[in-house]
Design a protein around this ligand. Structure first.
Ligand SMILES: Nc1nc(=O)c2c([nH]1)NC[C@@H]1CN(c3ccc(C(=O)N[C@@H](CCC(=O)O)C(=O)O)cc3)CN21
Ligand SMILES: CC(C)C(=O)C(=O)O
Ligand SMILES: [Mg+2]
Length: 297
C-alpha cells in the first residue's frame, strides 16, 4: 500500500487489471502490473449475468483464492459485493475480514460516497486498507437506469468532488473513478493526496484499470467507448477451437508425438509389432481417416 501511494508522489501511473483465475493471474503477475483486482465484474465475465448484483461474498472468496495462489508480486484488491457492506459497519467489517482471512485480500474495494464512510472507517480502524469507488458504480445500475456515464451535470459533479474528499478523509488509500467526464476526474485527482485509478474517466487519473477480458478482446459483444482492445483474442481462440475440432474429426489429432507406447514386451510375440509403432490410432500428418485397431501391425 505505501508503494501505491508513492506512485502518485513520483508521478508514475498505477496499472491495475482485473483477474479471476490462476492461469491468467500468472500471466498478469509476470508483466509488472501494480494491482490485480478481483472485481465483482466476475458476475458478468465469469458467471454470465447482466449485472454484478447477485455476486456473493463466497463467490468473491472463491475467485480471490484462485488468484492469490498464482500471485507473487502484485497487490491484490478484492471487491466487496453488493449488500456485503451496506447494512452496517459491523457487517462490512465481518465480510471484509473474510475477504482478507479466507480470500487473501491485501485490501478491499467498495462502491459509494458519504453513505459508506462509516463502513470505511470501521475497516480502516481494523487495519484493512480500503479502495473507494465513485462515479458509475455498477452496483447502483438500477438506480442509474443502466450503465450510464455519471456526473455530467454540475450539481452531480460537485457532489462527486465532495464525496472524493470524504473517502480520502475516511482513510481510503486510493479510489477508482469510473464513467465520469475526463475534466472532472482530472480535477478530482489533482485535489486529492491519494491516487485515483480511472476507468472511462480519461487520462488525468493517477492510474488506469481495465477488465482483463475487455483489454484482451475476448468478448465480441462488449465494446463500450472506454475499452481499448490490446489484442483480439476472441478470433485467436475461435480459430484454435475450430482447428482442434477439424483435426479430431479427421483423426489428424492426436499424432504420434502425442501418443504413448506400451513397455517393451519380453514375450515371444514381441516381434509382431515394431516397438516404436504407436499403440493405437493413426500417425500424425495424415488427413485421411484411418481404420481403428489395436491389434498387431
Ligand atoms: N467486462 C466488463 N467490463 C467492465 O468494464 C465492467 C463489467 N464487465 N462489469 C461491471 C461493470 C459494468 N461496466 C460497464 C458496462 C457497460 C458500460 C457501457 O455500456 N457504457 C456506455 C456508456 C453509456 C452512456 O453513458 O450513455 C459506453 O459506451 O461506454 C459501461 C460500464 C463496467 N464494468
Ligand atoms: C472495473 C473495476 C473497477 C471493477 O470494479 C470490477 O471489475 O468489478
Ligand atoms: Mg467492481
Amino acid at each position: 500500500m505505501p508503494d501505491i501511494h508513492a506512485r502518485k508522489r513520483d508521478g508514475v501511473p498505477i496499472v491495475m487489471i482485473t483477474a479471476y483465475d490462476a492461469t491468467f493471474t500468472r500471466l498478469v503477475d509476470a508483466c509488472d502490473v501494480d494491482i490485480v483486482l478481483v472485481g465483482d465484474s466476475l458476475g458478468m465475465v465469469m458467471q454470465g449475468r447482466d449485472h454484478t448484483l447477485e455476486v456473493t461474498v463466497d463467490d468473491m472468496i472463491y475467485h480471490a483464492r484462485c488468484v492469490r495462489r498464482a500471485l507473487r508480486c502484485a497487490h491484490m484488491t478484492v471487491d466487496m459485493p453488493f449488500m456485503s457492506y451496506q447494512v452496517s459497519p459491523e457487517k462490512a467489517l465481518e465480510n471484509a475480514g473474510r475477504l482478507v482471512k479466507e480470500g487473501g485480500a491485501a485490501s478491499v474495494k467498495l462502491e459509494g460516497g458519504a453513505r459508506v464512510v462509516p463502513a470505511i472507517e470501521a475497516l480502516v480502524a481494523a487495519g484493512i486498507p480500503v479502495m473507494g469507488h465513485l462515479g458509475l458504480t455498477p452496483q447502483s445500475v438500477h438506480a442509474f437506469g443502466g450503465f450510464k456515464v455519471q456526473a455530467r451535470e454540475e450539481a452531480e459533479a460537485q457532489r462527486l468532488r465532495e464525496e472524493a474528499l470524504m473517502l480520502q478523509d475516511a482513510g481510503c488509500f486510493s479510489m477508482v473513478l469510473e464513467g465520469i467526464p475526463a475534466p472532472l476526474a482530472t480535477e478530482v485527482s489533482a485535489s486529492l493526496s491519494i491516487p485515483t485509478i480511472g476507468i472511462g474517466a480519461g487520462n488525468g487519473c493517477d492510474g488506469q484499470v481495465l477488465v482483463m477480458q475487455d483489454l484482451l478482446g475476448l468478448d465480441d459483444n462488449f465494446k463500450p467507448k472506454f475499452v481499448k482492445r490490446y489484442a483480439e483474442l476472441a478470433d485467436t481462440v475461435r480459430d484454435a477451437f475450430s482447428e482442434y475440432a477439424r483435426e479430431v474429426r479427421s483423426r489428424a489429432f492426436p499424432g504420434k508425438e502425442h501418443t504413448f507406447k506400451a513397455k517393451k514386451r519380453k514375450s515371444k510375440d514381441a516381434g509382431l509389432r515394431p516397438v516404436d509403432e504407436p499403440e493405437a490410432g493413426p500417425s500424425s500428418g495424415s488427413d485421411e481417416p484411418r481404420r481403428r485397431g489395436y491389434g498387431p501391425a
